[in-house]
Design a protein around this ligand. Structure first.
Ligand SMILES: Cc1cc2nc3c(=O)[nH]c(=O)nc-3n(C[C@H](O)[C@H](O)[C@H](O)COP(=O)(O)O)c2cc1C
Length: 369
């Protein structure tokens, strides 16, 4: 039914307009008590066997919404209402910024993919922190806060920009993510080089500990799928060395592998990060590589091309404790999360594993044994 709606309504609209329209409905639904009750009964996860502990947090399940959908934390309850077990807001930057000129979001429908060059359009960490502080929780969910560098801040001053956002946002974050992997902020991805990443992560850790003293805010780093294998290993080793809590793999890719046969060449040639189905294999490969390197010492979050319960299951077997998605939400609609939970619970039941935790990394361990 959603597929028909997508074809009739959303497909005819500019992708960003469709996003804002859907967003408005989600926010509205969370405010209307009768819709809230209905949605909570219909959509919220009701599979006790999927309950997940990760990053020292208890969650309804392992499946969450990736960063970029709710950049300013305006729809957290609406998204929780749709059944996401965690919601990663952001990317939030030190200063507010408009992002790149429109048009900056493109749907490659035939490839079940998106290309975006949004460029971290967001209201800035001060405004987002104020909104999170004022939030009266309607639906219990885990809120991750993803931070990045303000475009106009010179690369040499990037750390101060991340630290500023950390000081403002850490108190409102169940977990904090340092995003160094978006392709749409010039120079950002060079922060993934270990000699730049080490002082950045250490400074953010210190700022989080200094600002929040009643608990330890889990800190993760989000990496690109375009890193060479040796660089993936280097980030993994650094994460262990620094006592990081997690790694999120992966962001969008600048590669265009597996595209071009179905989608128009003009669209494929758009500048920006590619997400969705064509990213699946590379994101999974990066995740497996990370798990082979760090094992259970660090929580891994698998993201990139996840479309259904089987994809979530494959990420868990590869080593992910948590799994996220974004692009497939656009194509599969509001019941997506519910379908994923249902399928995942069924998959676990027919598997040799008693719990999801037992399944984490099982496939990668087999290959590396
Ligand atoms: C329109 C759009 C905006 C995004 N914005 C962000 C962002 O601000 N920060 C971030 O870390 N990732 C961002 N992402 C990347 C997603 O969080 C995710 O890593 C990527 O899309 C791969 O997952 P998917 O294939 O399920 O979409 C964005 C993705 C899309 C499609």
């Amino acid at each position: 039914m959603y597929a028909l709606f997508f074809q009739l309504v959303f497909r005819r609209m500019d992708a960003e307009r469709a996003h804002h329209l859907a967003f408005r409905w989600i926010r509205l639904a969370a405010r209307v008590p009768v819709l809230r009750t209905f949605a909570a009964a219909l959509l919220a996860p009701r599979h006790p066997e999927l309950r997940t502990e990760a990053l020292g947090l208890r969650m309804h399940g392992p499946f969450g919404l990736a960063a970029g959908f709710d950049k300013n934390a305006v729809a957290v309850d609406g998204l929780a209402m749709l059944g996401f077990d965690h919601i990663e807001i952001g990317t939030v930057t030190g200063q507010p910024q408009p992002g790149n000129p429109k048009q900056r979001l493109f749907r490659l429908v035939a490839d079940r993919a998106l290309i975006n060059r949004m460029g971290f359009n967001n209201e800035g960490s001060e405004a987002v922190a104020a909104r999170l502080a004022a939030r009266r929780e309607v639906f219990r969910t885990t809120v991750g806060v993803n931070i990045g560098k303000t475009k106009v801040v010179p690369e040499g001053e990037a750390t101060a920009d991340y630290v500023l956002s950390t000081e403002r946002l850490a108190a409102h974050a169940d977990y904090l993510v340092v995003n160094v992997s978006s392709p749409n902020t010039p120079g950002l991805r060079s922060l993934q080089a270990v000699d730049q990443l080490r002082p950045l992560l250490a400074a953010v850790r210190e700022a989080a500990d200094r600002t929040v003293t009643d608990r330890r805010v889990p800190l993760l780093v989000k990496i690109a799928p375009d890193l060479a294998d040796e660089d993936v290993d280097a980030v993994a080793d650094l994460a262990v060395e620094l006592g990081l809590d997690g790694i999120i793999a992966t962001n969008t890719t600048i590669a265009r592998d597996g595209l071009g046969l179905r989608s128009p060449a003009g669209l494929v040639a758009e500048t920006g990060g590619l997400s969705g189905a064509p990213l699946k294999d590379r994101s999974l490969a990066v995740l497996s590589r990370l798990y082979a390197r760090v094992g259970d010492r660090i929580t891994l979050v698998g993201v990139g091309g996840v479309e259904d319960a089987e994809d979530v299951w494959q990420r868990i077997l590869a080593g992910a404790t948590l799994v996220q998605g974004y692009s497939a939400f656009v194509y599969r609609g509001p019941f997506w999360s519910r379908a994923v939970h249902k399928g995942l619970a069924a998959r676990l039941r027919t598997s040799p594993y008693a719990t999801l935790a037992d399944a984490v990394g099982a496939e990668t361990r087999k290959v590396t044994a």
